[in-house]
Design a protein around this ligand. Structure first.
Ligand SMILES: Cc1cc2nc3c(=O)[nH]c(=O)nc-3n(C[C@H](O)[C@H](O)[C@H](O)COP(=O)(O)OP(=O)(O)OC[C@H]3O[C@@H](n4cnc5c(N)ncnc54)[C@H](O)[C@@H]3O)c2cc1C
Length: 470
């Protein structure tokens, strides 16, 4: 082919990018394009943190491409209108893109295929964001998996594909034509999302640097350290895997290298644990695709009959970090300030919302999507349904985290809580996770009193679930 448009979507990088590598292999001239969709401005799920991360990452992509001698064409509006117009303007024969897996994506891609076909332009999609897609790993009966362990075994039994080569100038024989670009909003504020958070750095370089640092040492301790919010035990790659500023094959190749060098059983086990987390990501992606009803309700439909509370005050207190439970409040304040939250804390606050405040998991799911830099429909929905006990392979409904014992186990001494709740600075280590045990000091501290009592709410929660289970 003479000219191909590569449309960047959730793949904002030049290395290990399947569609981009294919475009470079098959076309003489590749035109890199990013479309700033109207939905970024108005979508109910798009928050300032994710938007800022996206804007930073597009800017980084523009620089990376410029270093390779290419100009990123940026257009604002609707992709199904912009792509045909751009194809005509540039004489492109085909548009390449990497596949997206949200339930609405195929419908949009069909509309784009139709619009391009009308002018004789092709549209090709490639598997890139995941190693194995929704219909590639099925049970012996040919059905999608709904339990993680057998899914992960089947996943691991397959050979891993290597990373794709980096996009190079030498792949291209003709320079990109001088096609005009629209200006991107400089800040999320320009789209009506004021950014008040300190979010992680976007872009491919930042992602590769995180990967390098994580594989140098933390990966070998990951099995243990991943559970402690005050320790930087995780890879922090989730916003990058979400925006596609790093390729999954690159992460897996680095993990394999690290595993080959691992000294001792614990280090090897930690590498395995990290691999499992990456597989959870694909597990939930295939659940979302194969069971799209999860976006509207419980994976197990009987749980749509649960009589949740609609206590707006409790919900507002949870969102703002004013429930009176330090670990819950510290986690929510961290989310609100940084757009990030540690995995252990996500489970604690999600269980607290659903099983202590008895509020529908979908309220929490929506709030997370709006706040999180890594907000991903599949992983977020999966995490919420797991915590609420309504999902595939979920924690059983009678598994209810006690926020105090969780905090004493995973934030003993309260290092994480102290970072986010200055009101509690004078509390001793042994009381910081249950400040109500010293009422005088609590009153002096101005920290919120508990809005519910865990022991009472536990019984109510069990009754609520039993009512629908019969
Ligand atoms: C209620 C709830 C909501 C969640 N919402 C999201 C979300 O919107 N986006 C998101 O990426 N993750 C979500 N998770 C999963 C998990 O909390 C984050 O992926 C993790 O905290 C990111 O930190 P990390 O990059 O250091 O992860 P690491 O521990 O380093 O794990 C490596 C990668 O594996 C993937 N991963 C890890 N755990 C999970 C998991 N349980 N499910 C799916 N993928 C996983 C992520 O891509 C992550 O970057 C949610 C979990 C819960 C309980």
């Amino acid at each position: 082919m003479k000219t191909v448009i590569h449309w960047f979507r959730r793949d904002l990088r030049v290395s290990d990018n399947v569609a981009l590598a294919e475009a470079a292999r098959r076309a003489e001239n590749v035109i890199p394009v990013f479309i700033f969709e109207d939905a970024f401005r108005t979508g109910p799920d798009v928050g300032a943190a994710r938007l800022a991360f996206l804007l930073q990452s597009v800017e980084a992509l523009r620089k990376n491409l410029a270093e390779l001698g290419h100009t990123l064409v940026v257009r604002c509006g609707k992709s199904e209108e912009i792509l045909p117009a751009l194809a005509q303007e540039t004489g492109a024969q085909c548009v390449f893109a990497n596949k997206r897996y949200e339930p609405y994506a195929p419908r949009r891609d069909e509309r784009i295929t139709g619009a391009l076909l009308k002018i004789g332009v092709g549209f090709e999609l490639f598997k890139d964001a995941v190693v194995w897609e929704e219909q590639e790993i099925l049970t012996q009966a040919g059905k999608p998996y709904t339990v993680f362990t057998p899914y992960s075994k089947a996943w691991k039994a397959r050979a891993m594909p290597p990373p794709k080569p980096r996009f190079k100038t030498s792949n291209i024989q003709h320079p990109t034509p001088n096609t005009q670009s629209d200006a991107l909003p400089a800040t999320p504020g320009e789209c009506g999302h004021p950014l008040t958070q300190q979010i992680p750095a976007g872009g491919e370089r930042a992602a590769l640097e995180l990967l390098r640092k994580f594989m140098a040492r933390p990966v070998y301790e990951y099995g243990t350290s991943r559970n402690f919010p005050a320790v930087a035990g995780g890879s922090n790659l989730s916003p990058h895997l979400r925006a596609g500023t790093i390729g999954i094959r690159t992460v897996l190749a680095a993990l394999k290298k690290a595993r080959d060098k691992a000294a001792g059983a614990e280090a090897i086990k930690s590498c395995e644990t990290f691999l499992n987390e990456l597989i959870w990501r694909e597990f939930y992606a295939q659940v979302l695709h194969n069971f799209p009803h999860v976006t509207k309700g419980a994976f197990r439909p009987e749980y749509d009959r649960l009589q949740w509370s609609d206590n707006q005050e409790h919900f507002a207190a949870w969102c703002a970090g004013r429930t009176g439970y330090p670990i819950v409040d510290a986690a929510m304040r961290c989310l609100n300030a940084t757009g990030t939250m540690h995995n252990r804390l996500r489970m604690i606050v999600a269980m607290f919302l659903t099983k202590d405040l008895l509020i529908n998991w979908q309220w929490g799911e929506r709030y997370f999507m709006k706040q999180l830099v890594d907000g991903d429909l599949a992983a977020n929905n999966g995490g919420w349904q797991w915590s609420a006990g309504t999902g595939t392979d979920a924690a059983p409904y009678f598994r209810i985290f006690n926020p105090v014992s969780q905090a004493e186990k995973f934030d003993a001494g309260g290092n994480f809580v102290r970072r986010w709740i200055p009101e509690l600075k004078d509390f001793p280590d042994d009381l910081i996770q249950q400040p109500w045990e010293n009422p005088l000091l609590l009153a002096k501290s101005k920290y919120a009193p508990r809005i519910v009592l865990h022991e009472e709410q536990r019984g109510k929660c069990l009754a609520m679930f039993k009512a629908v289970k019969g």
